[in-house]
Design a binder for this molecule. Structure first.
Ligand SMILES: Cc1cc2nc3c(=O)[nH]c(=O)nc-3n(C[C@H](O)[C@H](O)[C@H](O)COP(=O)(O)OP(=O)(O)OC[C@H]3O[C@@H](n4cnc5c(N)ncnc54)[C@H](O)[C@@H]3O)c2cc1C
Length: 471
C-alpha cells in the first residue's frame, strides 16, 4: 500500500492548480471528502477542491505522472464504496449553468445539481431529465445513463446529451460529441467515471407543460392487494406514463409526517406529463385498491418534482443494492413480498420497483454511435436501501444480498450502474453494463486508461492486467 501523501506532494500539486489541496488532518479535508451516504467515509491521500476545468486537467496529469489513482466527487450521492487512496477531485465548485431557451439546451459544470437546472429552466417553461431526487448531481447521474422520472416518455438522460467536456486519463481536455471523438462520446454515456473527469456537459431540455404527479400511501399490511393491483395497472399505462411502488419502513423521525412516522407503508408513485383530467383518470384505478393513508398526487409544478418520490433530503448512513427485473408475474410478486412484505423482517428502509419500458426500451439513436446504458431490456428496476445504524449495520448488507438472491431468478442478470449500489467485486461491478458492452468497455479501459487510474467505485476492469480495481 502506498504511504499517505506528504506535505511535499501537496505542495507539488498545489503549485499546479488554483483550487486548494487538502491532506488528512486538514480542517477542510473532512468537509471536502464527505459523502451524502454517511456510511461511506472517503479517505483519499489528497483531495483537490478544483476551481475550474484547467485545475482538473492539471491534477489528472499530476496524478498520472505518479501512477496515483484518481476519483471524482460532486455531491457524494453515489458514494456506494469508500475511496481509500489516491487523489480525489472535488468538482463541486464547477458551477457554470447556461440555459439556451431558443435551442432548448443547457450546459452545466460538473458541480451542478439537478435542482439548479430545474430552477433555471422553469422560467422558460423548460425541464430536464432528472431522476427521483433533484439533489443529485447532473454529471454523475448522466454518465451512469440517468434513469429519469419521466424516462418512459423521453428515454435515458444520456440519450439527450449533446456534448461532453472531459479530461481523459492522460490529462487532455476534450470536447466530444457525435462528430468529434464519437467513440469516447459513447463511452461517457453509461460508462460512468471510468474514462476521465467530465468538467461540463451540454444536453437537451424539453417543454415542461403540465405535470400530474405524486404519491399515494397505503398501509403496509395491505401490500399484497396493492401489489396485485399495481402489477395489472402499471404495465397497462400509456407508454409515456411513469410509475413505481415502494415498500417503506419509515423511522420515527420528526421530519416524517405523523401519519407515516414509524410505520410500514406502501408508496405508489406516479408521473404523467399532460392534463390534470387525464392524469387523474389514469391514476384513479389505484385509488380504491386498499385504504389510502394519504393521497399526495395531483397537478404538480416542475419545481416541486421531489414530492413524487420523497427521497431523503438529508445525508443518511445507508447500504444500497439494485438489479434489473423481467415481467412482474405472480411468482415475482410473491418473491417481492418475501423480500419486503408484511411478514418479512428484513431491515430495509425502502424496497422499490420502477416500471421501465416505453422510451427506455428504445435503442440509442444510431447518430449517437451507441452507448453503454443498461436497462433497455428490463421490465422493472429494483432498488433496496437499508439504514446502517450501529444496531443494524451487521444485518443490512446481508438483507440486501438476500433480496438480490431471492429476486435473481426473475432478473435480467444485469443492474443499472446508477442503481447498482455497493460493489462487491470486479465481477459484481461488471453486471452494471449490458453484456454486449462489457468487452468493449473493458478494451477501451485498457487502451484509454492504461494505468487504470480511475479504478474506484463502479470501475470496469481493463481487458489487460493492470492494478486491480479498488472497491
Ligand atoms: C436520493 C437519490 C435518488 C436517486 N435517484 C436516481 C434516479 O432516479 N435515477 C438515476 O439514474 N439515478 C438515481 N440516483 C443515483 C445517482 O444517479 C447516482 O448515485 C449518481 O452517481 C450520483 O451522482 P453525483 O455526482 O450526485 O454523486 P457523486 O457521489 O458525487 O458521484 C458518483 C459517481 O459519479 C461519477 N461522477 C461524478 N462526477 C463525475 C465527473 N465529473 N466525471 C466523471 N464521473 C463523475 C463517478 O463515478 C462518481 O464516483 C439517485 C441517488 C440518490 C442518492
Amino acid at each position: 500500500m502506498r504511504p499517505h501523501a506528504s506535505a511535499h506532494e501537496r505542495t507539488s500539486l498545489q503549485l499546479r492548480v488554483r483550487g486548494l489541496v487538502y491532506l488528512p488532518g486538514d480542517s477542510a479535508y473532512d468537509q471536502e471528502t464527505a459523502a451524502f451516504n454517511l456510511a461511506t467515509r472517503h479517505t483519499p491521500d489528497l483531495v483537490l477542491a478544483a476551481a475550474d476545468a484547467d485545475d482538473v486537467a492539471a491534477a489528472v496529469r499530476w496524478a498520472a505522472e505518479r501512477g496515483m489513482s484518481i476519483s471524482v466527487q460532486a455531491t457524494g450521492h453515489g458514494a456506494a464504496n469508500a475511496i481509500t487512496d489516491g487523489l480525489l477531485v472535488s468538482t463541486r465548485r464547477l458551477l457554470d449553468l447556461d440555459i439556451d431557451p431558443e435551442e432548448r439546451t443547457a450546459r452545466v459544470g460538473a458541480g451542478i445539481r439537478w435542482r439548479e437546472v430545474v430552477a433555471a429552466a422553469a422560467p422558460y417553461g423548460l425541464m430536464g431529465l432528472h431522476g427521483s431526487a433533484t439533489d443529485v448531481g447532473v454529471v454523475g447521474y448522466t454518465v451512469g445513463g440517468g434513469l429519469p422520472l419521466l424516462g418512459r416518455k423521453y428515454g435515458f438522460a444520456s440519450d439527450h446529451v449533446l456534448a461532453v467536456e472531459v479530461v481523459t486519463p492522460d490529462g487532455v481536455q476534450q470536447r466530444v460529441d457525435q462528430y468529434n471523438n464519437p467513440r469516447l462520446f459513447a463511452l461517457l454515456r453509461g460508462g460512468k467515471g471510468n474514462f476521465g473527469i467530465v468538467t461540463a456537459m451540454e444536453f437537451r431540455l424539453f417543454p415542461a407543460g403540465e405535470l400530474y404527479a405524486g404519491g399515494i400511501f397505503y398501509p403496509g399490511e395491505r401490500a399484497r392487494e396493492v401489489l396485485a393491483a399495481f402489477r395489472e395497472w402499471a404495465p397497462a399505462l400509456p407508454a409515456d406514463a411513469s410509475a413505481s411502488l415502494a415498500f417503506l419502513r419509515l423511522p420515527e423521525l420528526e421530519d416524517i409526517p405523523e401519519l407515516l412516522r414509524g410505520r410500514f407503508v406502501m408508496h405508489l408513485r406516479f408521473a404523467w406529463q399532460g392534463t390534470a383530467a387525464e392524469g387523474q383518470r389514469l391514476l384513479d384505478p389505484m385509488r380504491g385498491v386498499a385504504p389510502v393513508l394519504a393521497d399526495l398526487s395531483g397537478p404538480l409544478p416542475f419545481t416541486q418534482v421531489d414530492a413524487v418520490h420523497l427521497d431523503p433530503e438529508h445525508p443518511v448512513p445507508v447500504r444500497e443494492g439494485g438489479m434489473l427485473l423481467n415481467e412482474l408475474d405472480e411468482a415475482l410478486a410473491e418473491a417481492l413480498l418475501e423480500v419486503a412484505g408484511p411478514d418479512s423482517n428484513a431491515p430495509l428502509l425502502l424496497a422499490e420497483i420502477r416500471l421501465m419500458g416505453g422510451a427506455l426500451a428504445a435503442p440509442a439513436a444510431p447518430s449517437s454511435h451507441g452507448d453503454h446504458v443498461a436497462g433497455r431490456d428490463a421490465a422493472w428496476s429494483f432498488f433496496a436501501v437499508g439504514v446502517m445504524m450501529p444496531e443494524s449495520a451487521d444485518v443490512v448488507p446481508a438483507a440486501i444480498a438476500a433480496a438480490r438472491r431471492t429476486l435473481a431468478p426473475f432478473g435480467t442478470g444485469g443492474t443499472a450502474v446508477n442503481m447498482h449500489g455497493h460493489v462487491e467485486s470486479a465481477d459484481d461491478a461488471a453486471r452494471a453494463w449490458p453484456e454486449g458492452s462489457r468487452r468493449r468497455l473493458s478494451e477501451a479501459k485498457a487502451e484509454l486508461d492504461p494505468q487504470n487510474l480511475f479504478r474506484h467505485g463502479h470501475a470496469i476492469a481493463p481487458a489487460v492486467p493492470g492494478p486491480a480495481p479498488a472497491f
